[in-house]
Structures are given as C-alpha cells and as structure tokens.
Design a protein. Structure first.
Length: 320
C-alpha cells in the first residue's frame, strides 16, 4: 500500500494539479525558486505532478547578487532542486538597478530574467499570505480595485497555484519532505514595506479582529477579480461599439456608468500608445465626456493629447 503524503504536502500538490489542469501546458513548465519554503515546496510538488503527468519541469533560480554569498545560496538551491528530481535546473544571475527603490528594481530584474529563460508557464510560489500583503499595499496606496484584487492565479506566463495556501502549509510541507529552506535576511529587514506588513501590521490586525485576516483579504481579492472580469468584458463590448479606427464616438460613451466608461477609455488610450497611464490621466480624459464645456485637450504621457471635436475623441501627438 502506498503511504499517504503529509497533509501539507498533499495540499501543495493538489494546488499545482488544479492549476495545471486549467492551463494544459505543452509538455513542460518552469518553477521560479528562491530557496525559501514557498518556492521549494512548490518545486517539490511540481516535480511530483510532472512525473505523474509526463511534464518536463525546469527550476529557475534568480541570483540577484545583492548579498554576500548569493552565488553559493543559488548553487545550494540548485542542488536541492536536482535532489527533488527536476528535469533541468538553471541559475540566472541578474543586475539590479534602476528607479523605484531596491524592491521594485529587484522585481523588474527577476521577472525579466524568468520571462527570457522560459518558453512556457512559470510557476511562482506566492501564497495566501503574499496575497494578503498585496491587498493591504493596494488599500494603503489608494491604488483602486485592480490593485486590491491582488495577484491573479493565471497571468500568462505566470501561474500562482498557492494563492489559497497559507505560508504555514509550505513550511510544514518542507519539514515533512526533509527540505531545509533558505532564510532570506531581506525577509526580516524592516527597511522593506512588505516585511513590516508581514511582521507588524498583519499580526496587529489579527489581534484586533480575532484572527483570519489573511484569509479574509484573499477572499476579498478573489471577489474583486470576479467583478473586474465582468466589467472588463462589458468594457470591451462598449469599446468595439464606440470605436472607429483610433477614434471614439462620444454619443456611445456618455450614457455609460463612470466605472465602465473609464475602462473603455483605458483600453482606447492603451491601444493608441499612451504609456504609464494613471488614474489621474483617465479621470482628466473622462472629463471630456462627463464635464464637457469646450475645454482644450488633455496632455498625456508620451507626448500625446486627447481631444474632443465633432462628436469624437481623438488622441494625437501634441504638436500635430
């Protein structure tokens, strides 16, 4: 009789199986691995599921080169992945620089390296706790419903099978499998916003609200994603009705509710090439519909300007 796996191991494997059933990968997947408990538990589960279903599983380890001994840490993670039975393991050294602070720069470098290295789905070890932190960040920054909706389970090429799995489960899975995770010193450094959310804010909220905050925030994100998906579908239909080439017919847009109208404008402005679009840009452009009194055009990033004339919205170069 086959011995049943530890419940935590079974939970992680089930989450990976469920996600892969939804995406039907073409014979191969990759797993991003930091060496921490979340990504190692994910890699172990992916290797198990891969063997059962005939999938080739590649482990991708990004070496950010931000700490002394990072190469040795990456090499150790590679050895662990090989012992777990992954078909291929690669270490991806990156250079972290650019605007936005260390966290943002490291994230950009990491995702760029993973995207370049993989030609199929890349599984990421974000857990329910990570989702809760993301939702809190969105709330605190006033970033709107799309940010509060958190991370999506499927966002090609990224797959996040563990968004319903608490971090304690991945830690228990590693312990049951005899895997020793790496403890990233940055995960205890209070200079980073997420660290303070993890160790100060969420425990305080759990204390005040008598527990269950991470799960509640993750549920809120899932509910918002459903609402956003419905609104996005309606916005695509409204955009198709209103658009003629690169122009929008005002008469088709003015009757729409503001939330739907601004989604149409976001789709339109993105398609005509406006970069780094913000909520302020959207609301200003929406004023050409909701508060029209013959005003001049709205200056937008990329040297573009949105104008209303003859019952249509246009977006052209500033000097054209």
């Amino acid at each position: 009789m086959t011995e049943k796996p530890h419940p935590a191991v079974a939970d992680v494997r089930r989450a990976v199986r469920d996600l892969l059933h939804d995406v039907q990968p073409d014979g191969r997947i990759a797993v991003a691995v930091s060496g921490g408990a979340d990504s190692l538990a994910l890699a172990a589960a992916a290797a198990h599921v891969g063997r059962k279903s005939g999938l080739k599983v590649t482990g991708l380890i990004v070496d950010h080169r931000l700490q002394p001994g990072s190469a040795e840490t990456s090499a150790r993670a590679a050895e662990q992945l090989a012992a777990l039975g992954l078909d291929d393991v690669r270490v991806l050294p990156v250079t972290v620089d650019g605007k936005g602070g260390l966290e943002a720069a490291a994230r950009r470098a990491r995702y760029a390296a993973l995207r370049a290295a993989a030609d199929s789905w890349v599984l990421l070890g974000h857990t329910r706790d990570d989702q809760a932190e993301t939702v809190l960040l969105g709330l605190g920054r006033g970033s709107g419903p799309r940010s509060i909706a958190g991370m999506r389970p499927l966002d090609h090429p990224w797959g996040r099978p563990l968004l319903t799995i608490p971090r304690a489960t991945t830690q228990a899975a590693c312990q049951a499998l005899g895997i020793t995770p790496w403890q990233d010193p940055h995960n205890a450094d209070p200079r980073f916003t997420r660290v303070r959310l993890r160790h100060e804010v969420l425990p305080l909220l759990d204390d005040v609200l008598q527990g269950g905050v991470a799960a509640a925030l993750a549920r809120t994100a899932a509910q918002l994603r459903d609402d956003l998906a419905a609104l996005d579908d309606l916005a695509v239909e409204a955009h198709d009705r209103a658009s003629t080439g690169d122009e929008l017919h005002v008469a088709e847009l003015t009757p729409l509710p503001p939330a739907l109208r601004r989604r149409v404008l976001r789709t339109w402005l993105t398609r005509v090439g406006v970069p780094e679009l913000t909520d302020a840009h959207l609301r200003a452009t929406d004023g050409l519909l909701s508060d029209w009194h013959g005003q001049r055009g709205i200056a937008l990033p990329g040297g573009l300007v949105a104008r209303r004339a003859h019952g249509r919205l246009t977006c052209t170069r500033l000097n054209s």
